[in-house]
Structure formats: structure tokens, C-alpha cells
Design a binder for this molecule. Structure first.
Ligand code: C2O
Ligand code: CU
Ligand code: CU
Length: 477
């Protein structure tokens, strides 16, 4: 590993790349950050907001002047940002204009299983899927991406992903003007061929893709202009495998205000934050007029975090609009209380293609959960880096090898890093939508692992009916 890191660094010195180690040339960051447009819904008579998404192939320039094939929603690469408020009735029309089946999963959303967009909700080429639900969860930064059985890594790597912002009561003082003082940042790494097109087999090796070109919102070597003293960044790790350790070049501190599934109770000051695939964090950063600073990721020691790379240059205007002070309380969701008799379930991760020794099988129900339960899920990792994502739920990390999680990761989450040879315990709050025949997923969000079978299925059922549930369901893929 040491040798590899050294090789990456000397590659830099010879000028072949993107990465930085001791610091890349800030002048190289000269493409303006793409900010995904907000998707405008059609508002029906009963108030239902209908959002239209089309999965399509297109051409975009990852390297300037080199158009290459990418996939996107409503455009050539990535997708628009969906924004909806608690209480909204939403409806999605998702049309598949690819040449192969896919699905669209609403990662982080609390909704009925048949609306979830997992591998059972296939959209055939030319087909349209129209899930609908009522948004009923706290403010959060969620996202959407394909989830076809065994093909998620490929579909995401080609470019299919977008943000889904959920609003709840506004928190005065928290920047919230989209594209002005509130920016989405989707981090993805790619390997690029000579002609600028993403290369590499996302199902190869232990982890699949670990790229050496860092994109933010699909933009390589991007800069963003900011005009306010305080700026909120909604950060999403949309990478296939890479873990980021994010910090600023000058090691300034900033505040974490939200985790995957909601705001924190109060801002937490840090100078670095780590994100594994699928995780989100909301941060607020303070800038001085006229300054420039690079956001970077620093190498770690867990195989999926090799190399130092600069990601984004932030350019503060010569005069900045004053921002109100950051609120002392954010009103994040209440602590998940574990009842004394809570069910404990154990999940063992070894290798990269199974959980508890079983490979994902779409016709097998692995766990049956009574609606509304709070359970302890204990995830034991006996090998190298993994993470763990559970659909539909919100959870809090109780401990990692017995230690409390970092304060900034104490909020509600749906995806968590499970370090090599360690055990993470979660307090998991399940929802109330029951369907004994349609499962939700839990899995490692390193897409190479998810696709090769490190995934399981659970159903939520009416309490007391757990034993009547058939453990086998009809499934085709
Ligand atoms: Cu973001 Cu099952 O996935
Ligand atoms: Cu999910
Ligand atoms: Cu994994």
C-alpha cells in the first residue's frame, strides 16, 4: 500500500494527472461547476406534484473538448435535483430510454416497498414506471440512482444519479437558496481513456472502480463562485467504491449540520469529514471576501481511499453578502430510542459477495420485520473495507467496536462505514408500510460488492404476522 501511494504521488510529479498530494495547481481548476437544475414538477388538481425523469444516453465533455458517451436523466449526464417538502404528495414518471432494463431507487426515502425502485421494480426499455407516495420524513439530502440486479455499478458509473432534497420546517440562519448559497456536490471518481471516456470494469478486482479523475457534479477540475459569507454544501458520495476524507487545503474548520437522513441537533465543528459510497453530509463553510480555497480528499489506509486529490476550487467574490450566524440548534430528528427487549440481528460481512454466507437471491426473504420496530443491527466485518446501507429506515450508530461514533456522525443515517475487522452496532427505526410479498434491500454500497451478491432482503409486516410470511417470493430478473 505504501508503495502504491508513492507511485501515485510520483505520477503527479510527472504531471500526468489530476491529483495533488502536495497540492495541484489551482489555476487548473477552470471549468465552472455544473449545478444540476431543479426539476420542475407539474402540480395536479389535488396538489400532487409529478416529476418526470427519462433515463437516456447522451454525450458530454468530462475532459473539455472531448465529448464522450455518458448516461443521464433528462440530459446526457447525471440528473436534475428533485426537491419536495414534507407533506407533499409526489408522483414520478420514470421512462427508460436505454437499451437495457433498469430501475430507479429513491435512496433515503421512507416509502412503500413497491415504490422503492429496488431490483424488483424493473423498467424495461421503452417502459415507464410511475411510483407515488407522500413525503413524510425530516429535511434531508437524499438521492436517486438505478438499482438493477447485478448492474447497478455499471449504470451508476455511466452517469445515472441525481439528488433528492427534502424540505421540512425551515431553520432560520441555515443557507438554503439553491445554487446561490446552497450547493449540491456529487463526488465521483473515474478512470478516463485517451479519448476522455470513462473506462474500467466496475465489477473487477476487490472493489471495482477506483478512479484517478475526480468529478464534482460531473465536472472535472471545477471551480465555483460563492457570493455569501456562509455557504451550505450538500455532499454526496456517488462513487462506485471510493471513500473520501474531505478537508480544505488550508485545514480551515467548518460545520457539519446534517447526516444522510436529517439535520443534526446542533452544528458540529470539524476540519475533515469522511464519506463512503452512498453517504451524504451537509456542511456550512465560512469564506472571506476574495479568497480561493481547494476542497480535497486525503488518502487513508483502508484500500478504498488511496491517493490525495483536489476536487473543487471555491472562489469567494471580492465582496460577500453578510450571512446570519449559524443557528445553535438545528432541530434535527429525535434520538432513536432502543427498547430494552429490542430484537438484535447480526450480519457478517466476509469476502465481497455474501452476507451471513448467503449470496443475494431475489426470491429469498432474509428478514421479516414487524412494522414500526426499533431493532439493533450488528454488522460484523471480518475482512477489508465495506459499508452498509438499509433501505426505508433511519438509523443511528450506537458504536463502532464499542466506541461512540464521531459527533458529526451521530445523527440519523441510512448508510454507514464498516471499517475492516470491526463491528458496528445500529439502532434501526423501521417504517410502517407493510407488504409481506415485496422486499426492501440491505447491502454494501460499494457497488461491486452489491452487484456480486453482498445484499439481502427484508419485508415489513403487521406485528404478530411474522411467522405467516412466506420466505420465498416470485422474482425474475
Ligand atoms: Cu443507494 Cu440499495 O441503494
Ligand atoms: Cu437505498
Ligand atoms: Cu463491500
Amino acid at each position: 500500500r505504501q508503495f502504491l501511494a508513492a507511485a501515485v504521488l510520483s505520477g503527479l510529479a510527472s504531471g500526468c494527472g489530476s491529483s495533488s498530494g502536495s497540492g495541484s495547481d489551482p489555476a487548473a481548476f477552470r471549468t465552472e461547476l455544473r449545478v444540476p437544475p431543479l426539476l420542475k414538477p407539474k402540480v395536479g388538481e389535488d396538489g400532487t406534484r409529478t416529476f418526470a425523469l427519462t433515463m437516456q444516453r447522451g454525450r458530454s465533455e468530462i475532459l473539455p473538448g472531448k465529448p464522450v458517451e455518458t448516461w443521464g436523466f433528462n440530459g446526457p449526464h447525471l440528473g436534475p435535483t428533485i426537491r419536495a417538502a414534507r407533506g407533499d404528495k409526489v408522483r414520478m414518471t420514470v421512462t427508460n430510454r436505454l437499451d437495457e432494463p433498469s430501475t430507479v431507487h429513491w435512496h433515503g426515502m421512507r416509502l412503500p416497498a413497491k415504490m422503492d425502485g429496488g431490483p424488483h421494480q424493473t423498467i424495461e426499455p421503452g417502459g415507464t414506471w410511475t411510483p407515488h407516495w407522500t413525503i413524510d420524513q425530516p429535511a434531508a439530502t437524499s438521492w436517486y440512482h438505478p438499482h438493477p440486479h447485478g448492474q447497478t455499478a455499471k449504470h451508476v458509473y455511466r452517469g445515472l444519479a441525481g439528488m433528492f432534497i427534502i424540505d421540512d420546517q425551515s431553520v432560520p440562519g441555515l443557507p438554503s437558496r439553491y445554487g446561490v448559497d446552497d450547493f449540491p456536490l456529487i463526488f465521483q471518481d473515474k478512470n478516463l481513456a485517451e479519448d476522455g471516456s470513462p473506462t474500467g470494469d466496475p465489477l473487477k478486482g476487490t472493489f471495482g472502480i477506483l478512479g484517478d479523475h475526480m468529478l464534482v457534479n460531473g465536472t472535472y477540475q471545477a471551480f465555483v463562485n460563492v457570493r455569501t459569507e456562509q455557504v451550505r454544501f450538500r455532499m454526496l458520495n456517488g462513487s462506485n467504491a471510493r471513500m473520501y476524507h474531505l478537508s480544505f487545503a488550508d485545514r480551515r474548520t467548518f460545520h457539519i449540520v446534517g447526516n444522510d437522513a436529517g439535520l443534526l441537533a446542533a452544528p458540529v465543528e470539524v476540519d475533515q469529514v469522511s464519506l463512503t459510497p452512498g453517504e451524504r453530509v451537509e456542511v456550512v463553510v465560512t469564506f472571506a471576501a476574495g479568497e480561493q480555497v481547494l476542497l480535497r480528499t486525503l488518502a487513508g489506509s483502508d484500500d478504498i481511499d488511496e491517493g490525495d486529490f483536489d476536487l473543487l476550487k471555491i472562489v469567494a467574490a471580492p465582496r460577500l453578502a453578510a450571512s446570519p450566524p449559524l443557528p445553535a440548534r438545528l432541530g434535527g430528528p429525535a434520538t432513536i430510542v432502543v427498547p430494552p427487549n429490542a430484537t438484535v440481528r447480526r450480519f457478517r460481512l466476509n469476502g465481497h459477495d455474501a452476507i451471513n454466507g448467503k449470496e443475494m437471491d431475489m426470491s429469498r426473504i432474509d428478514e421479516v420485520i414487524p412494522a414500526g420496530a426499533v431493532e439493533i443491527w450488528e454488522i460484523e466485518n471480518t475482512v477489508y473495507a465495506h459499508n452498509f446501507h438499509i433501505h426505508e429506515v433511519a438509523f443511528q450508530v450506537l458504536d463502532v467496536d464499542g466506541d461512540k461514533p464521531a459527533a458529526y456522525a451521530s445523527g440519523h443515517k441510512d448508510t454507514v462505514y464498516v471499517p475492516p475487522k470491526s463491528t458496528v452496532r445500529l439502532a434501526v427505526q423501521f417504517g410502517r408500510f407493510t407488504d409481506p410479498a415485496m422486499p426492501y434491500m440491505y447491502h454494501c454500497h460499494i457497488l461491486r460488492h452489491e452487484d456480486s451478491g453482498m445484499m439481502g432482503q427484508f419485508v415489513i409486516v403487521k406485528p404478530g404476522t411474522e411467522n405467516q410470511v412466506s420466505r420465498t417470493i416470485a422474482a425474475h430478473h
